[in-house]
Ligand binder design. Structure first.
Ligand SMILES: Nc1ncnc2c1ncn2[C@@H]1O[C@H](COP(=O)(O)OP(=O)(O)O)[C@@H](O)[C@H]1O
Ligand SMILES: [Mg+2]
Length: 377
């Protein structure tokens, strides 16, 4: 027996009570899809909830398991009793499904809450702008934000496809090899699997970086010694990968120079920059070394430079370096400098830029205020 595609919600709810259990199961699955895909009004959620709760004691565990899945997006008071019952079911698979639904549900409500908070905050900022600078400023700001968002999504989409297509290719090859020829060469299979795994690792690296870049944060700042920050950053880079262990660093910073900063974030920015210096020596015959200098600059700011004698950059590469996804490395994500810039400029009110000569080396210049001003946004 099958449920026809044109069956509406009423038909599905009727099929919940069908004497054929496979039909009941399918109706439950389809209702779960509807809950997930459509914005339904509270009355409809209530009808579905009342239909679902009658199935918690269905004689077939397959139906109860489908129910445990399908209830994930149910917004009605029946959700709790349904899941309470199913998570004590006599059948393992039903209990597992119910537990998964409960844990996913708590993730979902967390992200819903964040979305709401974010929306409220945006609205407040826009109102603020309107009060201070008038309606045209508010509208223009919103348009710029929308443009940036669209541009970002397009770029991200492009970059993700670039990783996903070869991943799909590797899995295709793996599949074909498993289904095809009589003799399967283990080495070949392993190679496909390894390639797929590498792509997944790369995707995760992009997601991690996105998180770093967009994380909402209330930063706390403390007065930190710049010398100790820099020493720790160099050590972190050395410890990060075996090939970094030989990095030599000369640090010329007077111990009394301090900056008010969020240590954890600033370390993230500095390690990204030093990691690039380290990688700039790949393909050169020179041993990796950096020179770091800092001076107190016009009273309220500190100026710091991180120099390497690595491969250097073309003028064009210098222009693109801070853009997301701009990378010249086979396994680079192009996020390192974008994250560093966000931390130094947006989170610390400083500035960062590059001076570089191709074939000779690169100097990263950072200025930071010694004290943080109170920022409204
Ligand atoms: N010290 C440096 N020397 C040479 N090139 C650099 C240096 N720092 C950054 N770059 C260039 O800028 C690009 C972007 O750097 P980054 O944002 O950290 O991304 P990724 O390191 O993943 O490529 C690098 O791919 C490299 O071409
Ligand atoms: Mg980098």
């Amino acid at each position: 027996m099958e449920i026809k595609p044109e069956t509406g919600l009423n038909g599905l709810l009727e099929a919940f009570e069908s004497e054929h259990w496979t039909m009941a199961r399918e109706a439950v699955e389809q209702t779960g899809n509807i809950l997930r895909q459509l914005e339904l009004d509270p009355a409809t959620h209530a009808r579905i909830g009342r239909g679902m709760i009658k199935l918690v004691d269905h004689h077939k565990w397959e139906v109860r398991k489908a129910l445990a899945h399908a209830a994930l997006y149910l917004r009605h008071e029946t959700f709790d009793p349904i899941l309470a019952k199913l998570s004590k079911d006599t059948h393992d698979l039903v209990r597992n499904a119910a537990r998964r639904t409960l844990s996913r549900r708590s993730e979902l409500s967390k992200s819903d809450r964040l979305k709401e908070q974010h929306g409220d905050l945006m609205l407040k900022w826009l109102q603020d702008l309107e009060e201070r600078h008038g309606l045209p400023a508010r509208n223009a700001t919103r348009r710029v934000a929308e443009k940036l968002q669209a541009q970002f999504v397009t770029e991200l989409n492009h970059e993700l496809i670039k990783v996903i297509s070869p991943l799909d290719g590797s899995l295709e090859s793996l599949n074909a090899a498993l289904q095809g020829g009589k003799r399967i060469n283990r080495e070949t299979l392993l190679r496909y699997a390894r390639r797929a795994k590498d792509r997944v690792k790369f995707l995760l690296a992009i997601l991690d970086s996105l998180y770093m870049l967009t994380k909402e944060r209330d930063l706390e700042y403390q007065t930190e010694s710049l010398l100790s920050l820099m020493e720790e950053a160099v050590q972190l880079v050395r410890d990060r990968k075996p090939e970094n262990a030989g990095l030599h660093a000369e640090i010329r910073i007077a111990p009394q120079i301090t900056v008010e900063s969020n240590r954890h974030m600033l370390l993230q920015a500095l390690t990204n920059i030093i990691q690039n210096s380290m990688e700039a020596y790949a393909g050169t015959q020179r041993p990796p070394e950096i020179l770091v200098e800092a001076t107190a600059h016009n009273g309220s700011r500190v100026r710091m430079t991180i120099m390497d004698n690595g491969c250097g950059m073309s003028e064009e590469a210098v222009g693109d370096a801070f853009m997301l996804f701009a990378t010249s490395k086979p396994h680079g994500t192009g996020f390192g400098l974008a994250i560093a810039q966000k931390i130094i400029e947006s989170d610390h009110g400083g500035a960062v830029y590059l001076e570089s000569t191709r074939g000779q080396g690169t100097k990263v210049v950072i200025t930071l205020p010694k004290e943080q001003e109170v920022r409204e946004w």
